[in-house]
Every structure is written in C-alpha cells, then in structure tokens.
Design a protein. Structure first.
Length: 322
C-alpha cells in the first residue's frame, strides 16, 4: 500500500481541530498612521510638547515681549504680523569670535524654517548669511540683502527640506560668516511627521472627536470594521479548507477502489430511443412516466452490451399446424 503523502496527511485531522487552531491565532489590530504638521515657536517651543529650541551664544533679544527690543534704532517688526507675536533676533559681526546659532530636535519627514527679513532697515546690520547643519552635515546656505521694496518680509522661508526618514533629527542654524556681518530674526518652524497618537495642547483636547468614534460606514467604527474583515477572511479560509479536505478524501477513496458511486449519471447515448423526445432532447425522469430505476439501468446496460445489428429484422414464424 503506498505511503500517504505529507500534503494529504495534514488534512487528516478533524475540522474542529483546525477551527480551534485558527481561532487561537492572535490577529494584530490595524494601526492607522496620519501625516501631521507640528509647529516650534521661537518663544513657546513645540506647541504639542512644549520643547523649545536652544539658543547658542550671547546677545539674543526676545522680540515682541521685552524692553530691549523697543529701543530706538533696533529692528522692530510689527508683532501683529508675526507668528505668536514674538521673535528672537541677534547680530554677529565677521571675525567677532564664536558663531551664534539655534539648535532644535524634531522627528519627521520634512522641515521648513521661517524668519523675518528686514528689507528697508535703518542703518543697522540687516544682511542674512546663515548656514544649516542637519544631523551634523552642512546642507545649505542662505543669504539676503535688503532691496528696499518693503519694510519687512514676514513668514519668509529661509530653509526647507523633505524626503527625510520619520526618525529623530537635529537641526542647527548658524551665523558663522567670516566675510560679512549677519543678522537673524527667527520666527518659527514647521515639520511634518507620521504619527498615530500625537500629543495636543490641553486647550484643544475638548474639541477632538473620541478615539473610537463611529465612522461614516453606517455607524461602524474602524475597529469593528477591521474585526469584520478578519472574521470574513477566517470563515473563507475554513470553507475553502473544508472543501479541499472533501475533495482529497474523495480522490483517495476512488484511487484505492473503495467507493461505489450510487449517484452516477447515465450518458446521453445510453437512453433508449423510446425515451427521447421528437427533437432529440433528453427527457427528465418522472415517477408517472417511467418504471423504477432498476428497469432503466437494465435497459441502459443492455443497450451498451449489444449494439444494434445492421441485419433486417426477423420475419414472423409460420403458423403452427398440428
């Protein structure tokens, strides 16, 4: 007797055992990530976490909320046109010693830095000469000289980058030029990140919808919808496995000659000529028009055993005389 193959033997276990095995598998809940934009203000830091930038060097002025920033002759932007009404500014003269800078950490895939540019200033240093170091590598320079078209340029992008990994990064803005004097009026920066549970300011928490709020799919939440999909997949797998088991058992039984098919269907040609309609189509058997199945099978068997002869039919025998 040939040995059972490993493929067929794996279906020899009861169907209930397979069901218990599938139900014991822990299906992880789907994780939904979203792309969000975060802000880091020059004064208040990250509006979600409160973590602020680090200012390197001395002489930094807190513009918009201090007495030093309103002295005669200093650069004075309009606080109403500045993000959160504040800024940080500083001036570095060439060859004046260590560089000045702003350093901050963020986790995201893109970054943009915004400053205020003095475009028609009093007789003060108003040129920009900045260097940008991302994760310890110099990536870009920015320079600007006043063109006297307006007093100030607000929300001006001095640096922007993308295609970053969604991991932690360190950014540093430096005033380190050795060829020209430089100034900076830092306002804020933004970065984008993928997050599935970011912190929000307490003031806006009450305006957020509940975490597991029903969606527009007929009042079904995302978690319930995911559960329905998983159950449908499991039921489909069970149904397909059961059908495959039945087919394998049937194949093995037929292969070893141990099955008698009591429901075999007769070929079209095995039906007697008298049991066909005038159009040659097969009649459906009914209890009123046909004898029991034994007679039909016997007639069908005889039709296969003895094909019709081409000889003319025999004539009637002569009458008997005593």
């Amino acid at each position: 007797m040939p040995a059972k193959s490993s493929f067929s033997s794996m279906f020899a276990y009861p169907l209930q055992l397979w069901i218990l095995l599938l139900l014991s598998i822990r299906v992880p809940e789907p994780v939904f990530s979203r792309l969000i934009t975060r802000y880091i203000d020059n004064e208040y830091g990250d509006l979600a976490t409160g973590e602020g930038p680090e200012y390197i060097g001395t002489g930094w002025i807190h513009g918009g909320n201090c007495t030093d920033c309103t002295r005669d002759g200093m650069l004075q932007p309009d606080p109403k046109q500045v993000f959160s009404g504040t800024w940080h500014d500083n001036t570095r003269y060439r060859g004046a010693g260590p560089s000045l800078g702003i350093q901050f950490n963020f986790t995201g895939i893109s970054l943009s830095i915004y400053c205020i540019l003095p475009n028609s200033p009093p007789p003060l240093v108003s040129q920009y000469a900045l260097s940008f170091i991302l994760d310890g590598e110099l990536v870009e320079h920015f320079t600007h000289s006043p063109d006297f078209t307006s007093n100030f340029l607000y929300n001006h992008t001095v640096f922007s980058t993308g295609n970053l990994s969604n991991t932690s990064h360190t950014m540093e803005v430096r005033l380190d030029s050795e060829t020209m004097d430089s100034v900076i009026l830092f306002d804020y920066l933004t970065f984008n990140r993928f997050d599935d549970g970011f912190a929000v300011p307490k003031a806006t928490t009450s305006n957020l919808p509940p975490t597991d709020s029903p969606s527009d799919n007929g009042g079904i939440s995302k978690k319930a919808m995911a559960t329905i999909i998983v159950l449908a997949c499991l039921l489909g797998a069970l149904g397909g496995g059961g059908a495959l088991m039945v087919l394998i058992r049937r194949y093995r039984t037929i292969r070893h000659g141990g099955m008698k098919d009591s429901t075999s269907v007769l070929p079209f040609d095995s039906i007697l000529p008298s049991e066909r309609s005038s159009k040659g189509q097969r009649h459906r058997f009914t209890q009123s028009s046909h004898p029991p199945n034994a007679r039909v099978e016997a007639e069908a068997e005889s039709s296969w055993a003895a094909p019709p002869s081409t000889a003319p039919p025999p004539t009637a025998p002569p009458p008997y005389h005593s």
